[in-house]
Design a protein. Structure first.
Lengths: 222, 745
């Protein structure tokens, strides 16, 4: 599976994401600068974490209005896969590719720690490396990960299997609704999540619980 | 045209307002042979203040060991550079941002972080690790919570957005910092040894290029402010604090590294304290060149800025470079890509003058070498520190050992700093193999299969107050020990010397003695000082802080997968106390047992036997590298009892320690004797391997008694009641969040 990582100024987990994709798939992803005219023909587009444009407006709001996002949207509409992690998730929400909002953490503080995630829907290309109900370790590092949406949308997300991951075992770090950590779009070809599976893929990270997301997605053996 | 009076009368009051003494002003007049202009006075005040000139400390700093086989660059550049083999170097420095952080904690601490990161990437190194050593006033002081909260979120706000992992640091509380907190920020970067960039300009008629953010009025006079004591008018100084923009800093990092890769850069200097003035003068003076600046070319973000303001602005995220002229278009393209300012603001000249033009008028024309080299240097009078009396042998205040342990673990000195470090991104870049909470932070070195770097920041200010010389030694020894406890070979250190007003002989005496102690320890431990910063005048209304010479050290691990951690690794393992005196622990003077449980700050500071320290550390490191050590922790605050409790809490595994007879358990468990490590090994206590270990230790003159075993759910210290590890953990984790929630200190 071919992949590309979009880089906006201010993102800072682009290198972590590129390393994870490279280590798991054996091939480095294409790197696309936000001013590039086109995204190469790939199966998966990844928007990594960080602080695009300093997050001086609502997190992700400025990047979401960048011209390159039209290409990302077109890719998603064609059924191509899009993964947004942390600031990438915020950007996908601001771009309207995913519903809801990511508000400031309930504690009002940035939080970097390890949490537990429960796999809510393992029946997608993104999550097939896991089994339904499986609980795995994953780090978080964010200031605005408190997922919120209206009741109808929440019901649809829950009812249509669009909740990908939930914070488990009382480890919700931000107060998000229904402990939501990651969600799909309707077609389940777009996934946004706050935690950082790319920071838990090898022994040096203290474990490889995050690896299955990439190996499942990239079609490699775990 | 704006009206700007450059040729105003320089009155004694104006001179004093610039922090210059009458004799210093007389020296200026003698140097240039006339009265300075207003702009020139500003330039001199910026270059000659304590912060930039080190005028009170230079004489003593020169005595520090700064060289070694691995040292590529010692003090005098933006940061120190140390060879870590394989063509790679670690570039690091620690710097204070004390005064601004007290006045405006969020921006003060954030820009402190920004400044130190810039020092590192200015040299061509990508920052890979950060630490910060924070000292606040008493927990029950009315401003403390506000300052803790602001400083921590300020550091997080800047460092997290910039994208560097915080791997360690310190947080301490003492009433002596009530009116003058300390924020010491450390950063380290990685570079190739053949691609290090320096500030020395070379070549005449070459463009001096301004890069990064625009210049505003923020921070005008900041360095001068940082070189004065605080009085009650402190709130009025808020406008001298700069405002940070980590987004611009991150772009500046990427742009600088891209630019350096093009081969366009001849010299580079970040605009830190005293901004444009200091950076331009340093680049020129170091290269024996003059510099001519045209201020009309400087990108500004405020209207009607005067030359005085432009020269003294401390706006953040700015750089000055001398570039190869033929590469200028390439260089400009990099900065256009990152949407940063790029402006040629001057040229190098061959006449050693520092000329500043504005609206066609020359507003300053000064001898460039004299601005730096001729800065006043003082041999300030100092007095021998008065040392406290030793505690009487019988003076061992008693408390139940288990109660004392729980109180210390749940007290402000020892309690977990999780509340602080969880607000910092500790794992970005994916290389943090040991995150905060242990003896040292460890990262793996990108581009190498096994190599790791360890980082620790240390000083025990209460020891320094009691005995600046022993305290200086101890700061270095403890840093060296913390690195060693992971299995790392300590390479070199940076020092951040925080003291009171050097014009008072007793404060100067502290500085002189602390530097002497630091120097001796660095020499004995092969641990040279390669960069540093001095922060003086840390006083409010005439009362100085505790003398606080913070030491930030870097160590090298050939294989990070063999490093030691502090948590017990399993049950039924043998616990050794390596480097112990015959009675395990003896020294209660200046301990936290006395201070925090009996409100006593007396006795002598513990003595550091440097030869013993070296032998013990080398032995422990060898054990770790041999693979037999399952956990290791150095002993510091709270001695053996707290050390064991920390190892238990980190793992959830208890331990049972057997008392020695005829020795006061209080001394044994809470004495703060130096040079000790707790080491666990998974060996048969009667077996040959352990016998061999003891033989080797004995031959080296190191006592390494077997004091107990790991296992169970309790920590049992001799005859004291068993303390559940869960209770220790609750105490340890509880204090900080509960305090910050507003509960009693």
């Amino acid at each position: 599976m071919k992949s590309a990582v979009i880089v906006f100024p201010g993102l800072n987990r682009d290198r972590d994401m590129i390393a994870a994709l490279t280590k798991v798939s054996g091939t480095a992803p294409a790197t696309v600068w936000h001013q590039d005219a086109d995204i190469p023909d790939v199966d998966l587009i990844v928007i990594p974490g960080g602080f695009s444009y300093g997050d001086y407006l609502r997190c992700g709001a400025i990047a979401a209005r960048s011209p390159i996002m039209d290409k990302v949207r077109a890719h998603a509409e064609r059924g191509g896969k899009v993964l947004g992690v942390c600031n990438g998730f915020q950007i996908l929400i601001e771009a309207g590719l995913l519903p809801g909002a990511l508000m400031r953490n309930m504690s009002l503080k940035f939080v970097c720690r390890e949490v537990k995630l429960e796999v809510v829907n393992a029946d997608t290309d993104f999550t097939r490396g896991y089994t339904k109900g499986e609980v795995f370790r994953c780090p978080v590092a964010h200031h605005d990960g408190n997922y919120f949406t209206d009741g109808d949308t929440l019901n649809r997300l829950e009812g249509d299997g669009r909740v990908a991951f939930r914070y488990a075992e009382g480890t919700n770090p931000n107060g998000s609704m229904n402990d939501i950590a990651g969600i799909f779009n309707e077609q389940k070809n777009v996934l946004g999540l706050m935690p950082h599976p790319e920071n838990l893929i090898e022994a040096a990270h203290g474990g490889d619980d995050g690896r299955a997301l990439f190996s499942g997605l990239l079609g490699q053996a775990a | 045209m704006t009206s700007y009076q450059n040729d105003i009368e320089i009155t004694p009051k104006l001179v004093a307002d610039h922090g210059l003494k009458p004799d210093e002003f007389a020296k200026i007049v003698a140097l240039i042979g006339r009265q300075p202009t207003y702009t020139e006075l500003g330039i001199f005040s910026a270059m000659w203040n304590e912060h930039c000139s080190y005028k009170s400390s230079k004489k003593w700093l020169r005595t520090l060991p700064t060289t070694g086989p691995r040292v590529i660059q010692g003090p005098g550049e933006n940061a120190g550079v140390v060879d870590i083999g394989d063509g790679q170097a670690v570039v690091f420095k620690m710097e204070s941002h004390n005064h601004p952080s007290f006045i405006e904690p969020y921006q003060g601490a954030g820009t402190g972080m920004g400044g130190i990161l810039r020092d590192v990437f200015t040299m061509g190194a990508r920052p890979v690790a950060a630490m910060n050593a924070l000292r606040f006033g008493s927990p029950d002081h009315e401003k403390t919570r506000h300052l803790v909260s602001g400083v921590v979120s300020g550091i997080g706000g800047y460092g997290n957005a910039f994208g560097v992992p915080t791997v360690g640091g310190e947080v301490e509380f003492d009433e002596r910092y009530n009116g003058n907190i300390l924020v010491n920020a450390f950063a380290a970067g990685l570079a190739d040894t053949d691609k290090i960039f320096y500030s020395k300009a070379e070549g005449v008629g070459l463009p001096v290029v301004y890069l990064g953010a625009k210049t505003g009025r923020d921070g005008v006079g900041g360095a001068t402010m940082a070189s004065a004591e605080f009085g009650d008018d402190i709130e009025e100084k808020r406008p001298t604090v700069q405002v940070g923009d980590p987004f611009t800093e991150k772009r500046l990092l990427e742009a600088c590294l891209e630019l350096m890769a093009t081969g366009a850069v001849i010299a580079i200097q970040d605009m830190g304290a005293a901004g444009l003035t200091c950076s331009a003068v340093e680049m020129g003076a170091k290269g024996d060149l003059g510099i001519e600046l045209d201020l009309d070319k400087v990108p500004v973000r405020e209207i009607e800025m005067t030359p005085y303001e432009m020269m003294l602005s401390e706006s953040q995220e700015r750089m000055l470079m001398v570039l190869h002229p033929e590469k200028e278009p390439e260089a400009r393209a990099v900065f256009v890509k990152w949407e940063l300012d790029f402006a040629t603001v001057g040229y190098t000249t061959d006449d050693l003058r520092f000329r500043v033009k504005w609206q066609g008028v020359e507003v300053a024309n000064l001898p460039i070498k004299d601005l730096g080299d001729e800065a006043p240097e003082y041999d300030r009078p100092w007095t021998e520190p008065r040392l406290p009396a030793a505690l009487a042998a019988s003076d061992v205040p008693q408390m139940d050992v288990a109660d004392a342990l729980l109180k210390l673990m749940g007290g402000h000195q020892v309690a977990s700093r999780r509340w602080v470090y969880e607000q910092y991104d500790t794992l970005i870049q994916g290389n943090s193999v040991q995150r905060p909470g242990g003896d040292a932070g460890v990262i793996r070195v990108e581009g190498h299969a096994t190599k790791g770097l360890a980082f620790s920041s240390d000083v025990t200010p209460r020891y320094c107050e009691a005995d600046p010389y022993e305290g200086g030694k101890q700061a270095v020894a403890e840093c060296w020990r913390n690195l060693t406890a992971t299995g790392a070979e300590p390479l070199a250190a940076t020092d951040n010397l925080n003291f009171g007003n050097p014009e008072r002989p007793e404060i100067m005496g502290q500085l002189v003695h602390a530097i002497k102690g630091i120097g001796e320890a660095c020499l004995a431990l092969d641990f040279p000082i390669v960069s540093g910063n001095v922060s003086l005048y840390n006083e409010t209304n005439g009362r100085g802080i505790l003398p606080t010479p913070t030491i930030g050290g870097v160590g090298l691990l050939p294989d990070w997968s063999k490093m030691a951690r502090i948590g017990f690794a399993g049950a039924s393992q043998v616990i050794l106390l390596v480097g112990a005196p015959a009675n395990r622990g003896t020294h209660l003077g200046q301990s936290i047992y006395l201070r925090d449980l009996f409100d006593r700050r007396d006795g002598t500071a513990p003595h550091v036997d440097l030869a013993h320290e070296k032998r013990t550390g080398d032995f422990v490191r060898k054990l770790i590298r041999s693979g037999i050590v399952t956990a290791c922790h150095d002993l510091s605050d709270g001695g053996l009892g707290v050390g064991l409790a920390e190892m238990a809490v980190a793992s959830g595994i208890g331990a049972t320690v057997v008392d020695i007879n005829d020795h006061d358990p209080i001394l044994q468990y809470f004495g703060e004797d130096q040079g000790r490590y707790l080491v666990t090994v998974n060996l048969d206590p009667q077996g040959e391997e352990l016998t061999a270990l003891w033989k080797e230790a004995e031959a080296l003159g190191i006592f390494a008694p077997w004091i107990g075993n790991t296992g169970g759910a309790n920590l049992v210290l001799g005859d004291a009641r068993a303390v559940p590890v869960a209770a220790l953990k609750a105490a340890h984790e509880g204090w900080f969040p509960s305090y910050m929630d507003g509960k009693a200190a």
